[in-house]
Every structure is written in structure tokens, then in C-alpha cells.
Design a protein around this ligand. Structure first.
Ligand code: G3H
Length: 497
């Protein structure tokens, strides 16, 4: 397939993109568009359609009728199409990565990695799906007290119907396919509402599914203003499941959504506990990578360092040395620290930084900001009365709290409303396991920074960090229901044999 012109169909003008409904690329009847601001230039980079509620209704109707046939399409054929989409996605990593660079200021190399990781996820999901969904259960009644062997129960997994996927700006491709692939392999149809920043990358990704040849209506993508179609989508009676990744909006969605399964990955205040016997070279590299990659805009970023007093000076010194080597600038130059996604995010981060400063925290570097670009900053001697001790900046600033006991570290971690991931650095594996057990988070990493991947690992948050568990197998299971058929046999009036 030639590179030139592959994505022409999704364009409605030089920088305006269509939405995807009933297997076609369309222009909204609203005549309106939503601008996407490039975080680096702070100028309008792209525009997407401002879809109407009527258009959402149309998408839901076609998703509903398409799903009936899709569910009857043999599993191996569904898998084949997913493999095809994965290959097309990987073949077109360059134009998709270019969009990620312009829309969300992801460094060029990380943007390409996101697309490849997404293709791999789709293929893995196709393979896992044929096994997970290709098996059912057979139960017999006489295993339960009081029953004869007169009932045979056959169970299998059936799709839910329409899955609504709402991914966040920081992984508009990867956290879309992590919802799309399990939904589709399980026989659901899928409606995607991408984030505004990241919508154009997501539309390119959807086009790869279109090119793979999925039947009309099985996959759709609507763009537009949250105020017009946000609640309308999440409360839509046609939706049978919502998979959301993002911030507080997820809590609001859970309160409004009806009696449907929800998969919610929300925020995190991922704590990093450093014990006295830790390998400080490993810990400091992990803190810098975990806290500052993609400028800290990851729910799994290290968001607070809890370090034992006796080693705090050495750790802070090592982290500072490594921070000094990070490059700061535009994503096109593959800089380590790039502009944060919006001006309001930068203002929010600055608010946390100034609060810490006013309350007496120690800045290890000078605080520096130009527009959306914030230079990496380690804030030492943070105390519990500072907002940054509890709130997630989603930016390249990291608080350090010095602790006098491991228990104090665990207490701080567990006092958070969040409970996504955490990590521990120590050479004592027994201690690490005991601390992991005591930490109220969905995952604890021992001797490494928090991370969601590899994408087939279970991924879940406790408390305000989410509902349900992700990872390929868990998502496939979550997007299905168990269906039982019971064969009732006559009560035996005699014993055979
Ligand atoms: O931002 C939330 C993502 O799920 C984090 O994923 O650990 O692969 O960066 P990651």
C-alpha cells in the first residue's frame, strides 16, 4: 500500500478531519468544528467535527444492528481482521506519530513507540481472544448438595452489545486500542469518543481499522464538544459498557451511568518508597524515568518520593544529577521534557509549585516556565500540609517527603484518595513483599517505577483510581457476559449398568 493518500479520505479540508459513522467518513451537519491547539506553538493545529446528538443517535443505531451480525462472525475471522488492522497500524506509524507530536507534544520517538505498542496490543488481543473466548465450561448438577446428575450446564462468553470507549489525551492511540481490540474480539461493536487533544491521531488509527475491512457500524468514532455530546453519550440507552481512562470525569460518569459494566482508570498519586538498603543508582534512574517521562503526564508516573531520612541526601543528589542531563524543548527534537498539554494544565502545575514554595519546601532547581513548557523540578522537604503532597501535578515536578520509618511511608501512601500503583526500592525481598501487602494500591512494583505495561498484565486502581481491572485478558472478560444453557434430563427411575 503506498503511503501517499492513504489518509486522504479522513480529511474534510487542509487541516479539518471528518468523523467515522456507518463505515464512512463524514462531515457533521452542525457545520461546526472543534479546534485542537498544538501545545508547543499554542496555535490551532487541526480541527475535528463538532458532532450533534442526532449524529450520535445514528452511530448508536448502526452500531446496534452491526453488532448482531458481528457477534455471529466466527471468532477466527474476527481475530483475522484485528491482525490485519494491527499490521496496517504499524505500517503507518510515521503519519500517526507525527499527529501525536503535534497534538499532544509527545516526543517523536515515544510517539512512534506508542503506535507500535498499540499494533502489538491489537495482535496479542486477537490471539488471546481466540483462546479465552474459544472455551466455555461444562458443569453437572450432582456436585451441589441435594441434586441428582440430571442437569448439564453449558456456559460460554457472549458480547455485551455496544462498548463506549473514552481514552485520555496522553495515550490517544494506545489507550483507544486497549479498549477497541477486546471489545471487538468479544463480538461487541465499539463507539470511540477520543479526547480533543489526540483526536486526530485517534482518527488516523480508526482509519487503519476501516482499511482492514471491518463491517460497517462495528466501529465508529464521534468527535465534538463534551458539553454537547459528552453526557449524551455516557447516558445513552444504547450503550452497554463504558471503558474510560482519565481524571475526575470518570467519577462523574460512574455516578450517571446506568446498570452497565464500567471499566474506569482514573488518577494516581503513585508513591515511591525508598528503604535504607536500596540501590540508589537504580532508584534514582527509576525516579527520573518514572517521574519525568512524557513530562510526568502519565497516571503511573512516580508522583511522590518517600525516602528514609538517612539516605535522603544521597538520593536527592543522584536524582538531581540525572535531572540535569534531561533535555528540554519541542517534541520534534525528541526532547525529554516537552510542553504540557494545555495552558490550563501548566497553570495548575504552577499553582501546586507556588503553594509548596510558600509553605517552605526546598526547590532543587530554579522553577522555570515558558508558555506550556515547564523545566523539570524536584521539590525536597515537602510536608503533608502542602497540596503537592496529595494532588497529582501531571507535569514534570516531583515532591520528595523525608520519612523516619517505613510505616510513615506506608501511612502517607494509604492516606491518599488514590490507589493506582506504588513502588518500593530495597534489596530485602521479604520486606518488599510485606510492604507491598500493606500498600493500598492496585499494583506495587518492586525495584522499578510504576508502569501499566506490558499491556497484558492486569492493571487496576483502588479507591478513586478506578473500577475494574484492565490488561488484555481482564478487558476481554469484562466486555463479555456469561451465558448458560442447562440441559435437564429426566430423573432416572432405574440405575443404568
Ligand atoms: O496514563 C495512564 C496510562 O495508563 C499509563 O500507562 O504506564 O504505560 O505510561 P504507562
Amino acid at each position: 500500500m503506498g503511503e501517499k493518500g492513504v489518509f486522504d479520505d479522513i480529511l474534510a479540508g487542509s487541516d479539518t478531519f471528518k468523523y467515522y459513522s456507518e463505515g464512512e467518513w463524514k462531515v457533521s451537519s452542525s457545520g461546526k468544528s472543534v479546534p485542537i491547539i498544538n501545545p508547543t506553538t499554542r496555535k490551532i493545529q487541526f480541527k475535528v467535527q463538532a458532532c450533534t446528538q442526532e449524529e450520535v443517535n445514528k452511530v448508536m443505531e448502526s452500531a446496534k444492528s452491526a453488532q448482531k451480525l458481528w457477534a455471529k462472525t466466527p471468532l477466527w475471522k474476527r481475530a483475522e481482521l484485528l491482525h490485519k488492522a494491527a499490521a496496517i497500524l504499524k505500517d503507518h506509524k510515521k503519519p500517526i506519530a507525527d499527529c501525536l507530536v503535534k497534538e499532544i507534544a509527545k516526543a517523536a520517538k515515544d510517539a512512534a513507540t506508542e503506535v507500535v505498542r498499540s499494533g502489538d496490543l491489537v495482535s496479542y488481543c486477537a490471539e488471546e481472544g481466540v483462546r479465552v473466548l474459544g472455551e466455555g465450561k461444562f458443569l453437572v448438577s450432582d456436585s451441589f448438595p441435594g441434586n441428582e446428575r440430571t442437569k448439564y450446564c453449558l456456559t460460554s462468553k457472549i458480547p455485551l452489545g455496544i462498548v463506549l470507549a473514552i481514552p485520555p489525551f496522553n495515550y490517544p492511540v494506545n489507550l483507544s486500542v486497549s479498549k477497541i481490540a477486546p471489545a471487538l474480539i468479544a463480538g461487541n461493536s465499539l463507539v470511540l469518543k477520543p479526547p480533543t487533544q489526540g483526536a486526530v491521531s485517534a482518527l488516523h488509527m480508526i482509519h487503519c481499522f476501516h482499511l482492514a475491512g471491518f463491517p460497517k457500524g462495528v466501529i465508529s468514532c464521534v468527535t465534538g464538544k463534551g458539553s454537547e455530546i459528552g453526557d449524551f453519550l455516557t447516558k445513552h440507552p444504547g450503550v452497554n459498557c463504558i471503558s474510560f481512562t482519565g481524571g475526575d470525569t470518570g467519577i462523574a460518569i460512574s455516578k450517571k451511568a446506568g446498570m452497565i459494566p464500567l471499566q474506569m482508570e482514573l488518577g494516581g498519586k503513585d508513591a515511591c518508597i525508598i528503604l535504607e538498603d536500596a540501590d540508589l543508582d537504580l532508584a534514582s534512574s527509576s525516579i527520573v524515568k518514572g517521574g519525568f517521562s512524557y513530562s510526568g503526564q502519565r497516571c503511573t508516573a512516580v508522583k511522590v518520593v518517600l525516602v528514609m531520612n538517612s539516605i535522603a541526601d544521597s538520593l536527592v543528589k543522584k536524582v538531581n544529577e540525572k535531572l540535569g542531563k534531561l533535555t528540554v524543548g519541542p517534541p520534534e527534537n525528541d526532547c525529554d521534557i516537552t510542553p504540557v498539554v494545555t495552558e490550563s494544565s501548566a497553570n495548575f502545575i504552577e499553582g501546586l509549585v507556588m503553594d509548596a514554595k510558600n509553605k517552605g519546601a526546598t526547590f532543587c532547581q530554579e522553577y522555570k516556565r515558558k508558555d506550556n513548557l515547564i523545566w523539570p523540578l524536584l521539590i525536597d522537604n515537602v510536608k503533608p500540609d502542602m497540596r503537592i503532597a496529595w494532588e497529582e501535578p501531571f507535569g514534570p515536578v516531583l515532591p520528595v517527603i523525608r520519612i523516619s520509618s517505613v510505616e510513615e511511608g506506608i501511612r502517607h501512601c494509604n492516606a491518599s484518595n488514590f490507589g493506582l500503583q506504588g513502588c518500593i526500592f530495597t534489596k530485602d525481598i521479604n520486606k518488599a513483599i510485606l510492604i507491598s501487602d500493606a500498600m493500598e494500591t492496585g499494583t506495587v512494583q518492586i525495584n522499578s517505577a510504576p508502569a501499566r505495561g506490558p499491556d497484558h498484565f492486569p492493571f487496576q486502581g483502588l479507591k478513586d483510581s478506578g473500577i475494574g481491572s484492565q490488561g488484555v485478558t481482564n478487558s476481554i472478560n469484562m466486555m463479555t457476559k456469561i451465558k448458560s444453557t442447562v440441559i435437564n434430563l429426566p430423573t432416572p427411575s432405574y440405575t443404568m449398568g
